[in-house]
Write a protein of this length. Structure first.
Ligand code: GLN
Length: 312
């Protein structure tokens, strides 16, 4: 096993940058440009708060679908497992992340899992709060507490664009309304979903979310149990089976710990009992996953012996 150092990570980043050629930067997210094609950055934080980083860690980007683990965490904390999974499944899907057809063919008329768009919209609909603003502020407060970053906020340009270009997500939401899969206010649920996707983060913020999960829901700063461990276990299991959409199987085999991607090219990773990882590599493949980021994760896991199934 190699030793985790900044220099070691820097070497891996250099090796993995060329894999960004296999992907493309999403053009319609404000602030993202083709000039970011070769960017790649990683931050890792262990449970003693040691920080290791390499590459383009100064980048700010929106959390996009990596927020789906945060929404699920809020809903589990608000309602508990039984109630949440009455509204959303926990099975891997095998289709693209924004698939609508599965909502029609699936027997129980609920989205497959909370890691795909339809499932995350159904989960967002559940999150408690007096009104839309209150719901969003609760999420932001929790995220600031987990990341120890009080300046965490929404990127307004991205939020406006998510609303403007959100017709696919609107279709998913209204379809679910028609089948009774969502009984909540659709526009409000969608607006909350768009806001959560538009939170701006860095690789360090994502690594802290991963480390918080790795620490079983206890604050890395105070040791306080902020979210019950049982909920964290549920989220990590679902990340493992669905966090990389229709590439989740490959990543379960090649990385072997829970990870979740977003179309900004970000990935959150969590190695239970050990550390959290935040990655940005804006070039993504058709399945919505960072190509260089995915390669980097595989090498990190292999070299540092992080596969959770290899523990004896
Ligand atoms: N904002 C994007 C959407 O809702 C997020 C998708 C993703 O990151 N996979 O479609």
């Amino acid at each position: 096993m190699e030793k985790l150092t900044n220099e070691f990570l820097e070497e891996l980043v250099t090796e993995c940058r060329p894999y960004s050629r296999d992907g493309e930067v999403v053009k319609d997210i404000p602030g993202q440009s083709p000039a970011d094609q070769n960017k790649l950055g990683v931050c890792m934080i262990d449970l003693n708060n040691n920080v290791y980083s390499a590459g383009d860690t100064d980048m700010r980007f929106t959390i996009q679908s990596a927020s789906k683990i945060v929404s699920l965490m809020m809903a589990l904390d608000d309602f508990g497992k039984d109630e949440v999974f009455q509204n959303v499944g926990m099975e891997p899907m095998g289709d693209f992340y924004n698939s609508i057809s599965h909502l029609e063919s699936h027997d129980v008329k609920k989205p497959f899992n909370p890691m795909v768009n339809a499932g995350a919209i159904a989960v967002s609909a559940m999150i408690k709060g007096k009104n839309l603003d209150d719901k969003f502020q609760r999420i932001l407060k929790r995220l600031r507490q987990i990341t120890h970053n009080n300046s965490l906020k929404i990127n307004e340009d991205v939020y406006e664009s998510e609303k403007l270009k959100g017709d696919r997500n609107r279709s998913l939401a209204y379809f679910m309304k028609s089948t009774g899969a969502i009984a909540h206010d659709i526009e409000e649920s969608l607006d909350l979903y768009f806001r959560i996707n538009s939170i701006e983060v860095t690789t360090a913020d994502l690594a802290k979310i991963g480390a918080f999960f790795a620490n079983g829901g206890r604050s890395l700063k105070t040791g306080e149990q902020l979210i019950p461990m049982d909920h964290i276990n549920t989220i990590e299991a679902i990340m493992m089976t669905s966090g990389m959409y229709n590439e989740a199987g490959k990543y379960a085999v090649e990385v072997g710990f829970p990870i979740k991607s977003g179309v900004s090219g970000c990935i959150v990773g969590s190695v239970p009992g050990r550390l959290g990882i935040g990655i940005i590599g804006p070039a993504i493949n058709k399945k919505g996953n960072s190509t260089a980021g995915g390669e980097l994760l595989q090498r990190i896991s292999r070299h540092l012996d992080l596969n959770i199934f290899s523990v004896i």
